[in-house]
Ligand binder design. Structure first.
Ligand code: ADP
Ligand code: AMP
Length: 224
């Protein structure tokens, strides 16, 4: 199964993608996490990406497409994959189809629809583990021990781009460059919308209903 999770920054894409990957045995591929790894390693790609990320801008399409094509070309995807944070522009969406060999190869695009004020509150309270990538929220999903990762014990951080001025720019980029993808995938019959304003497990159950429906209908098609 090949899934894309779409939505504004702070919608809960990473949170839901991790839960889905665990439940359905899918590979979670986050371009944001991949870029942060490159920045940490101080690679050439990381240095280029950091310039854009720190300003809340999208990293250029050619850089992202090359990175994701390489990742998808590595194979070992288990039962499939969940793309989190990619594509983010129409040009990336088209490049993805070239890499996969057509739109038919994307099974579902889950659009997590969240109000702007909710997004701002979520990003303002996000805490991330720089070691294992776990994500928390100081109010909605706090770690058991203050500012320490439950999973690996590493101190949590506030992401450089979760500052108020950068958040505003990221939302701007989302509206201008990423939100046209909602219509793009809707017209192609791939989009399911979920209400992302609800709590983490309500959103997760809503997504699971769509996932299970998809598996049921593919199994029925297989039998005919
Ligand atoms: P994205 O990957 O879309 O940027 P994240 O998954 O990192 O978003 O979530 C952003 C923040 O909001 C995190 O601090 C996370 O713990 C919190 N969060 C995610 N989903 C929900 C939800 N449904 N309700 C409340 N808080 C949430
Ligand atoms: P994320 O972790 O998904 O919120 O992404 C963090 C930042 O990484 C974004 O604000 C962009 O600067 C960059 N980024 C991640 N994915 C992409 C993408 N598909 N295209 C362009 N830039 C991206």
């Amino acid at each position: 199964m090949r899934i894309i999770v779409l939505g504004p920054p702070g919608a809960g894409k990473g949170t839901q993608a991790k839960l889905l990957a665990e439940k359905y045995g899918l590979e979670h591929i986050s371009t944001g996490d991949m870029l942060r790894e490159e920045v940490k390693r101080g690679s050439k790609l990381g240095n280029i990406a950091k310039e854009y990320m720190d300003q809340g801008l999208l990293v250029p399409d050619n850089v992202i497409v090359e990175m994701i094509a390489e990742r998808l070309g590595e194979g070992s995807m288990g039962k499939g994959f969940i793309l989190d944070g990619f594509p983010r522009t129409l040009s990336q969406a088209k490049a993805l189809e070239d890499v996969l060999g057509g739109m038919a190869d994307i099974d579902m695009v889950i659009y997590i629809d969240v109000d702007d004020d909710v997004v701002v509150r979520r990003l303002g309270g996000r805490r991330s583990c720089p070691k294992c990538g776990a994500v928390y929220h100081i109010v909605n999903n706090p770690p058991k021990n203050d500012e320490i990762c439950d999973k690996c014990g590493h101190p949590l951080i506030i992401r450089d781009d979760d500052r108020e001025d950068v958040i505003r720019k990221r939302l701007d980029e989302y509206r201008k460059r990423t939100s046209p993808l909602i219509d793009y995938y809707m017209k192609r019959g791939k989009l399911v919308r979920v209400d992302g304003n609800k709590d983490i497990y309500c959103v997760f159950s809503e997504i699971c209903i769509h996932m299970d429906k998809f598996f049921k209908s593919s199994a029925m098609e297989g039998k005919e």
